[in-house]
Design a protein around this ligand. Structure first.
Ligand SMILES: C[S@@+](CC[C@H](N)C(=O)[O-])C[C@H]1O[C@@H](n2cnc3c(N)ncnc32)[C@H](O)[C@@H]1O
Length: 407
């Protein structure tokens, strides 16, 4: 039988002193517990506020007003050579970039009339057939929009791109060089092992990959918000954000997405915006003179401007079996002539895009205009002074058509 343990009294101290010390220790422990709990509650609150703020930013991003243009792929079919076809596609890309277009829809305005010029795509949704000229136009548009350092990952050698290397570059703000210091960068998720709980490594066109906050499949194009460097650490860290975030947060134009519509009606029905387009404009020399529109009087949140091909929008309407109207102007909120008293009998589609986007600027009023990007250019950092050379030449993007499975 074991005897009860009797606490031994340390020498030189009375039992009163010992009890007081114990009580003080207990009090101190309780106080520490309270401080710890308060700290934890404060941290939880901070996280809650941050999550709310981020949700607000995401909501704001989704609300930024956008401009989409629809171009018939068939315009390439009238060009005399492969080089001229490529150049024409480059002109559309340059116009879209110059006027900060958010979405380019390449549509088929001819339909089944000339069935031979089609190419097949088999994906999860089943068999899709698209006009070859539409696929080529979409491919060149995507190629030019993609930052040079990512092209080798997203654009394998393809006949459609044979002369794309000769094209005038877009020189878009998101085509960053190593020497550019900007808080957003486009990147590709890499196939690198990461520790459990960590996000994907992303190549953003710098010497070092960025550790991101999300674990994604390799080979995906992502937009990364670069996080401030931690003191004493050389590691680059970033947060994966939506494609709309750079523009919503800084006002900088961040490129366009590309989709293919296999007829005129799909331009309207397959809009990536939740409630579709709230302003639709058709362009034709038979439209209402643009001067009739009030200055800054046409409000929009998601505007769509549709251009026709050789025979105009009327021909596209005729080829679309789903559309039962016989007057093209009835498809749009506005049907406009952007250059009354034109000097040439015909204005080509690629010319009309520049004229229309330019003259509509003074007529349209965005409901949620992105803020003005105040920087005169993207700042050049002194961190990489010796690496000012262009990164090697070289898509995938939210809402972007996946062209990799087209012939
Ligand atoms: C060669 S034109 C087509 C022919 C036609 N006369 C017409 O405007 O419908 C090609 C496209 O350029 C645009 N376009 C040409 N002239 C235009 C004008 N004066 N105003 C607005 N758009 C025009 C239209 O989108 C048109 O479908």
């Amino acid at each position: 039988m074991s005897l009860p343990v009797v606490p031994t009294k340390p020498p030189g101290k009375s039992w009163r002193e010992i009890n007081q010390e114990r009580k003080a220790l207990k009090r101190q422990r309780n106080e520490e517990k309270i401080i710890k709990r308060e700290k934890r509650l404060a941290l939880e609150k901070e996280i809650e506020v941050k999550v709310k703020e981020e949700a607000e930013i995401e909501k704001k991003n989704a609300e930024i007003s956008t401009i989409s243009i629809a171009i018939p792929g068939s315009i390439l079919e009238n060009a005399q050579s492969a080089e001229l076809r490529t150049y024409l596609a480059g002109q559309i890309a340059r116009a879209a970039c110059i006027f900060c277009v958010d979405e380019v829809i390449v549509y088929d305005d001819i339909g089944d009339k000339l069935n031979t010029k089609k190419t097949k795509l088999e994906d999860a949704e089943g068999l899709k057939i698209a006009r070859k000229s539409c696929v080529q136009l979409a491919r060149i548009l995507q190629y030019l929009e993609c930052p040079q350092y990512l092209r080798k990952h997203f654009f394998p050698i393809h006949k459609d791109l044979e002369f794309a290397g000769l094209l005038n570059p877009l020189d878009a703000p998101h085509h960053l060089r190593m020497s550019n210091d900007f808080k957003f960068r486009e990147g590709i998720t890499m196939n690198k092992k990461v520790k459990p709980g960590r996000g994907s490594q992303v190549n953003v066109g710098l010497l070092q990959d960025v550790s991101s906050d999300k674990l994604l499949n390799p080979g995906i194009r992502v937009t990364v918000k670069m996080l401030p460097a931690v003191e004493g650490s050389k590691k680059l860290k970033g947060k994966i954000v939506s494609l709309a975030t750079p523009r919503a947060e800084t006002g900088v134009y961040w490129g366009y997405t590309v989709r293919i519509a296999t007829n005129l009606s799909q331009i309207f029905t397959q809009s990536p915006y939740k409630d579709g387009y709230d302003l639709t404009i058709g362009t034709s020399d038979r439209g209402t003179p643009i001067n009739d529109l009030p200055d800054k009087g046409v409000k929009y949140n998601h505007a769509l401007i549709v251009f026709g091909g050789l025979q105009g929008i009327e021909a596209a309407l005729e080829s679309d079996e789903q559309l039962k109207v016989d007057d093209a102007s009835l498809l749009f909120n506005y049907y406009i002539n952007v250059l009354p008293n034109q000097g040439s009998r015909t204005i080509r589609t690629e010319e009309a895009v520049l004229v229309a986007l330019s003259s509509l600027r003074s007529k349209l009023k965005a409901e949620n205009e992105p803020m003005v990007f105040k920087d005169t250019g993207i700042a050049t950092s002194s961190i990489f002074p010796q690496q000012k050379q262009d990164i090697s030449d070289n898509s995938g993007i939210e809402n972007n058509v996946d062209l990799s499975k087209f012939d």
